[in-house]
Ligand binder design. Structure first.
Ligand code: FES
Length: 79
């Protein structure tokens, strides 16, 4: 598996809805960041499922180096 592409060095703020499932792009190649658009095909990466348990605002990682996937842990600051 190759390294993920850094899609952005800042998280994406998203208002998630309770009960809804989101597919976070892990490879960094999606044009629909922070979510998967199928561009990972052939890279060895697969998207990560995120199920929202409540309506709230979350920050999805876009640098793809977070240790708290799929959410931002601030790692982009050191890249
Ligand atoms: Fe990146 Fe699917 S496009 S995981």
């Amino acid at each position: 598996m190759s390294e993920p592409v850094i899609a952005a060095k800042a998280p994406a703020k998203v208002d998630v809805q309770a009960g809804k499932t989101y597919w976070w792009c892990r490879c960094g190649r999606s044009k629909a960041q922070p979510f998967c658009d199928g561009s990972h095909k052939g890279t060895g990466f697969e998207p990560m499922e995120y199920k929202a348990e409540e309506d709230r605002q979350v920050y999805f990682c876009q640098c793809k180096h977070t240790a708290n996937a799929p959410l931002c842990d601030g790692k982009h600051n050191g890249l």
